[in-house]
Design a protein around this ligand. Sequence first.
Ligand SMILES: [Zn+2]
Length: 84
Amino acid sequence: EPELNSFAEFYIDKWDENTSEDVIAESFTDFWWDTDKACRRCSECGRLMRAGYCADMGVAYYCSDECLHSDFTDEEWAEECENN
Ligand SMILES: [Zn+2]
């Protein structure tokens, strides 16, 4: 709750009714990036995520098996995990 309040206070003057969902989503990842509640955006669908897949030390993130498989086959993902 206190963290959510400080997040809201930080952005209250920066957002208005014309602020895009994309900008708002980026604000979440920026604000929480280095915290114990870190969130990321799925590289495929753009959803915010707290759990999922991370490729190549953060080059890409995937929120679901479906999003992962848009870029990787099972074999390619196994190889990625093996090598990186
Ligand atoms: Zn996704």
